[in-house]
Design a protein around this ligand. Structure first.
Ligand SMILES: Nc1ncnc2c1ncn2[C@@H]1O[C@H](COP(=O)(O)OP(=O)(O)OP(=O)(O)O)[C@@H](O)[C@H]1O
Ligand SMILES: [Mg+2]
Length: 482
């Protein structure tokens, strides 16, 4: 990072520095010089400095004391100190306190000082990236469960797209589209109610893309002021606004080569939408308080609970930005509209939490699955996951999770489906006998499906003997769907 945006300050009152200063200038840094501590303090009030090189025996003040002050007031400035051999005891304590990055010995070697400055600035940059990546790492959870997707009982196939688990046709179609979209560089807009898996989808898209060796960084845009959001994404120079005590790289540059996920994109102001549009058009990043425009190659994924089309119609979201963001559009259906996913997700979460809590749970009862399938899940998959985590926590080793473990809201849901409105009664012109038989067939099929073709359990529920049920299955030609 040696550009004219990087400012070095040399505090020394000797002429022997001229060669060092010209080497640093040649390396592309903007080099400021001052002779005294007082002058240095005045300069750093006006200019954002990245690195200071200071002599220890300045004429009016001890260099180590000055660096101690800088450590307190501007900890982000890298401090290098030139040390003479005879150091008084109090100077030594001060230079320890100043937490100097490295001491320089005389005679001065300009090339070596140039290399030292470069290395120190790179180390600071790496530190910043490390902090950003650690934030990302906090979210990642590499459970080995995802490596081996398992087909479930009774032929119900469980699929995976990275860490997404599903079985329904609508999710299969969506994941197939997502797998194709992932390999392109187009922005992707992910829409869906809360808890439907938008963030999980974003991770899957990144890890399926060619950018998967570069960072995936997250920004929640909800409830952020424009200034804060601008500085989080585009970065800022120290002093760009009140409270900007250090430089900030910004996610767009930190994720260069990778992906940035903008969550709750519907919340950004009209004026921020303009900045974002500019970035999407030409990849330009201008940190707050800086005149220099930089570039970053980042793929944008954005998510929202509120359909953007609706906001565009209301004039709250720019149409041009909406079109830019939806290079591909992924609309995740609510869980109540893809009920086939409920059993596979439920089993997946039972396995996950019984392993996590080290509890030997045998499985999930049909009665619970029925109630789940009749429940509306306003909190979608997150609500299902929380419910199962709670149920596993309440269960004992060797138990099935059953309705006894359900939370009150779901426990009061009826375990049977209301079949009066099913297709069994919908054909016109049928005789009463035909309608009754059709309803009986439908009820048998429903009970068998809910008990996963355990004929003894289905017979018990229907008040039939096992043989009686088997006869009816034969009579009505009911077949187990694979
Ligand atoms: N298909 C799925 N397979 C496995 N887990 C899922 C699936 N969908 C969602 N989850 C889990 O449900 C929880 C909520 O998912 P996520 O945070 O991605 O939802 P979201 O749509 O981003 O929600 P919000 O709008 O509230 O931010 C997470 O714990 C996630 O792991
Ligand atoms: Mg989310």
């Amino acid at each position: 990072m040696s550009d004219q945006n990087t400012v070095l300050l040399v505090i020394a009152d000797k002429t022997e520095w001229s060669r060092v200063i010209s080497v640093l200038g040649d390396a592309g840094y903007r080099v400021l010089t001052t002779r005294s501590a007082k002058e240095a303090r005045a300069r750093t009030r006006d200019v954002l400095v990245d690195l200071i090189i200071c002599e220890d025996n300045l004429s009016n003040e001890n260099g180590a004391c000055l660096l101690c002050d800088y450590r307190m007031a501007h900890p982000e400035i890298i401090r290098l100190m030139v040390k003479t051999d005879k150091v008084a005891k109090d100077c030594k304590t001060n230079s320890d306190r100043a937490a100097v990055y490295q001491f320089i010995r005389k005679p001065l070697d300009p090339q070596q000082i140039g290399l030292l400055a470069k290395r120190a600035l790179e180390a600071r940059e790496l530190g910043r990236r490390h902090r950003l990546l650690s934030r990302e790492l906090k979210f990642s959870d590499d459970s080995p469960m995802f490596e081996q997707p398992q087909p479930l009982r009774n032929g119900v196939q469980c699929h995976n797209f990275e860490k997404l688990v599903y079985s329904s046709e609508s999710m299969s179609a969506l994941c197939n589209l997502a797998k194709q979209a992932a390999t392109t560089d187009l922005p992707i807009l992910i829409q869906g109610e809360t808890g439907t898996g938008k963030e999980l989808f974003a991770r899957a898209l990144h890890f399926k893309s060619e950018r998967n060796q570069s960072p995936l960084l997250f920004q929640n845009c909800g409830g952020m002021s424009d200034e804060l959001l601008q500085s989080e994404l585009f970065g800022h120079k120290r002093g760009a606004f009140t409270g900007a005590s250090g430089d900030r790289l910004g996610l767009f540059r930190a994720a260069d080569g990778g992906t940035v996920f903008l969550d709750e994109i519907s919340d950004v102001s009209k004026s921020f939408q303009v900045s974002l549009l500019r970035f999407l058009q030409d990849g330009e990043v201008k940190p707050l308080g800086s005149d220099i425009v930089q570039h970053s190659d980042v793929r944008i994924l954005a998510a929202t609970n509120v359909p953007l089309e609706k906001l565009v119609a209301q004039g709250k979201f720019r149409q041009d930005l909406y079109f830019r963001l939806k290079g591909f559009e992924i609309n995740i259906p609510p869980l109540r509209d893809r009920r086939d996913d409920i059993p596979v997700l439920a089993e997946f979460f039972v396995r996950k939490y019984s392993e996590e809590m080290r509890r030997r749970v045998l499985g999930i009862s049909n009665d619970v699955l029925e109630r789940f399938s009749n429940y509306s899940f306003p909190g979608n998959v997150r609500e299902l996951e929380n419910e199962i985590r709670r149920m596993v926590a309440l269960s004992q080793d060797g138990d099935y999770v059953t309705h006894r473990h359900l939370s009150p809201d779901i426990a009061k849901v009826s375990p049977t489906r209301n079949l009066v409105s099913t297709k069994a009664l919908q054909f016109d012109g049928a005789t009463l006998k035909e309608k009754v038989e059709s309803l009986e067939k439908e009820l048998l099929r429903d009970a068998l499906a809910r008990h996963r073709w355990n004929q003894s359990e289905a017979a018990r529920e229907l008040g039939l003997s096992r043989v009686g049920l088997a006869n009816k299955i034969k009579r009505y030609h009911i077949e187990q769907l694979s």
